[in-house]
Design a protein around this ligand. Structure first.
Ligand code: F6P
Length: 540
C-alpha cells in the first residue's frame, strides 16, 4: 500500500462525489467560483475555475502535497542537497538567477560567486559582439550568430529568442540542432561566413549531433576564411571545459556552467548566451530577475496561494484522479510558439519516469504527454478533437493583456476574444436545445439530421494564465512557474525529475548501428526488421 493511500483515496472519493456535476452546474451553484478558484501572484492571473475541482478538492490536493513532503523537498532542492540522487548532483538552477552573490541557500557560499563571475564574462562578451569590439576574422562586425546545440542546449534559447523578438536588436540568431544535414545546410545557405559567429553549446560536449554539426560548421568557415582564422568565428558553452579546449576554441571565448544545472534547466546559465547577444545583457538580467521573483514566491507562498503548487496540484488531479493522459499548452501569444516544445522537454524528460527515487516501480501514473501550438492557429487544426473528440484533454491557455504592437490593437482584442471563447466553449459545450435554437430557419428534418453533430459535450477542463505583457521579466516568471510545477508533480510522485536515463539506450544503439549503416559491419546480429531497414536505407 502506498504511503499516501489515505490521501489518494480521499481524493478519489471526492472526485466521485463531483461526478454528476458538470462545470456548468459547478458555476451555477457558486457565484464566487472564479474568485475562489483563481490566484493573482507575481503579475500573473491564474484562473483555474474552469477545472473540474472545487475548494474541497483543492484542500485534499494540498493535504496530499503536504503528506508527500513537497515543501521539505522544495527547501532541500533550494538548499543545494543532492536532490538528483541517481546522478549524485545538486539541483541549483535557481542559484543562476539569485541576485545575491554567495547565497547561503546554494550548495556552498562559493556557488553565487561562481555564477556571478561567469555572468560578468558573459555580459562582456555579449556586449563586445553586439558593438563590434569582438569582430570577425576579417574585422567585420558579426551580423549573424548560429547556436549549435540540441535539447536543453537549444530549446531554451530558441524559445526565448522567439519570445523576446521585440527586444532583440543585436545580430540575427539562428539555431541548428538536428543532425539532419538539412538543418545546417539550410541555415548556412544565406549566411556570410565572414560575418558569422558560431556558439557550440553542449553541457557534455560529447553529444553526437552537436559535435557533428560543429565539425561541419568549422569546415564551412575554414573553406571561406581559411583554417587558421576559422577559430575566431567560434565560441563555446559547456561544463566540460577540457573537451572544449580539445576542440580548439580559445579559452577567452569559452563559457562554463556546472553539473548542478540540468540541461533542460540551463537557459539561465551561459546556455543563454545567444539570447544575451541578441537582446542585450540588460534584458537578460530582467529575464533572470523575473525567474528569481517566481522562485521566491514558490519558496514562500502557502500551498494554496502558490502558483506553481496550484499548477502542480491541478496536474495531479487531471492525471491521477481524472485519468487524463495528455495536456495541451496553448499560448495565445505567437512569440511563445516554441513554448510547448520547450515544455515537452522540461516536463516529459523530467517526469517521464516509471520508478521512484528509490528505484521501486511507481504505483500511480506519472508525467502526461505535453503538447500544443499557438492559438488561434490551433483552432483551425486540432481543436475539433478537443471540443468533440472522445478523449478529454485538459487545456492550458496563456494570454497577455497587451501586445507589443499598440498600432494593431484590433489584433490583440481578437486574440483575447478567441482565447476566452475557447475556454468558455470547452466548459459549457452546447446542449441539444441550444443547438436547435442556433439552427432556426432550417427544416425540422434538417435540424434532426444535424443535431447530433452540433451538440458539444462541454465539461472539458481548462485553465488560463493571463499576464500584462510578454516582457523579459514576465517570460522569466512563466518559465520558472512551469519548472516548479514539474517539481511539485515529481515530488508528489516521488520520482527524480532531474535525470534522463531513458534517452541513453537509443544513443547507445545508434552508436552500434552506425558501422552497419556505413556498411562496415554486418547487420545479421540485429532483429530482422532492423536488419531489413538498414539494408533498404543503405542500398537505396
Ligand atoms: O539526450 C538528452 C540530453 O541529455 C538532454 O537532457 C540534454 O539537454 C541534451 O541531451 C543535450 O545535451 P548536451 O547539452 O550535453 O549536448
Amino acid at each position: 500500500m502506498s504511503k499516501l493511500s489515505t490521501q489518494w483515496n480521499a481524493l478519489k472519493a471526492h472526485a466521485k462525489s463531483l461526478e454528476d456535476k458538470n462545470l456548468r452546474a459547478l458555476f451555477a451553484e457558486d457565484s464566487n467560483r472564479a474568485d475562489k478558484l483563481s490566484l493573482e501572484a507575481e503579475g500573473i492571473l491564474l484562473d483555474y475555475a474552469k477545472q473540474r475541482v472545487d475548494p474541497t478538492a483543492m484542500n485534499l490536493l494540498a493535504a496530499l502535497a503536504t503528506a508527500a513532503g513537497v515543501e521539505a523537498k522544495r527547501d532541500s532542492m533550494f538548499a543545494g542537497a543532492i536532490f538528483n540522487n541517481t546522478e549524485g548532483r545538486a539541483v541549483l538552477h535557481t542559484a543562476l538567477r539569485d541576485p545575491k552573490t554567495g547565497s547561503a541557500r546554494a550548495s556552498g557560499p562559493e556557488t553565487g560567486d561562481l555564477v556571478h563571475a561567469e555572468l560578468v564574462k558573459l555580459r562582456q562578451f555579449a556586449n563586445d559582439v553586439r558593438n563590434g569590439k569582438y569582430s570577425s576574422s576579417t574585422g567585420a562586425t558579426f551580423s549573424d550568430v548560429v547556436n549549435i546545440g540540441i535539447g536543453g542546449s537549444d530549446l531554451g534559447p530558441v524559445m526565448v529568442t522567439g519570445a523576446l523578438a521585440p527586444y532583440c536588436d543585436g545580430p540575427r540568431l539562428h539555431y541548428v540542432s538536428n543532425v539532419d544535414s538539412a538543418h545546417l545546410s539550410d541555415t548556412l545557405k544565406n549566411l556570410n561566413a565572414e560575418t558569422t559567429l558560431f556558439i557550440i553549446a553542449s553541457k557534455t560536449f560529447t553529444t553526437i549531433e552537436t559535435m557533428t554539426n560543429a565539425l561541419s560548421a568549422r569546415d564551412w568557415v575554414s573553406e571561406k576564411v581559411g583554417a587558421e582564422r576559422a577559430g575566431l568565428h567560434f565560441a563555446a558553452v559547456s561544463t566540460a571545459l577540457e573537451k572544449v579546449q580539445a576542440f580548439g576554441i580559445d579559452s577567452s571565448r569559452v563559457f562554463g556552467f556546472w553539473d548542478w544545472v540540468g540541461g533542460r534547466y540551463s537557459v539561465w546559465s551561459a546556455i543563454g548566451l545567444p539570447v544575451m547577444i541578441a537582446a542585450g545583457p540588460e534584458n537578460f538580467d530582467q529575464f533572470l530577475a523575473g525567474a528569481h521573483e517566481m522562485d521566491e514566491h514558490f519558496r514562500q507562498a502557502p500551498l494554496l496561494e502558490n502558483a506553481p503548487v496550484l499548477l502542480g496540484l491541478l496536474g495531479i488531479w487531471n492525471r491521477n484522479i481524472l485519468a487524463h493522459s495528455t495536456r495541451a499548452v496553448l499560448p495565445y501569444d505567437q512569440r511563445l510558439a516554441r513554448f510547448p516544445a520547450y515544455l515537452q522537454q522540461l516536463d516529459m524528460e523530467s517526469n517521464g519516469k516509471g520508478v521512484t527515487r528509490d528505484g521501486d516501480l511507481v504505483t500511480t501514473d506519472t508525467g502526461p504527454v505535453v503538447w500544443g501550438e499557438p492559438g488561434t492557429n490551433g483552432q483551425h487544426a486540432f481543436y475539433q478533437l478537443i471540443h468533440q473528440g472522445t478523449t478529454v484533454i485538459p487545456c492550458e491557455f496563456l494570454i497577455a493583456a497587451k501586445s507589443h504592437e499598440p498600432h494593431l490593437q484590433q489584433h490583440q482584442s481578437l486574440l483575447i476574444a478567441n482565447c476566452l471563447a475557447q475556454s468558455e466553449a470547452l466548459m459549457n459545450g452546447r446542449t441539444a436545445e441550444e443547438a436547435r435554437a442556433a439552427m432556426q430557419g432550417k427544416s425540422e428534418s434538417e435540424i434532426d439530421a444535424l443535431l447530433p453533430h452540433k451538440v458539444f459535450p462541454g465539461d472539458r477542463p481548462s485553465l488560463t494564465i493571463a499576464y500584462e505583457q510578454l516582457t523579459p521579466k514576465m517570460l522569466g516568471k512563466l518559465i520558472a512557474l512551469y519548472e516548479h510545477r514539474v517539481f511539485v508533480e515529481g515530488a508528489i510522485w516521488d520520482i527524480n525529475p532531474f535525470d534522463q536515463w531513458g534517452v541513453e539506450l537509443g544513443k547507445e544503439l545508434a552508436t552500434q548501428l552506425l558501422p552497419m549503416v556505413l556498411g562496415e559491419q554486418s547487420v545479421e546480429q540485429k532483429d530482422s526488421s532492423t536488419a531489413a531497414l538498414v539494408k533498404y536505407l543503405s542500398n537505396t
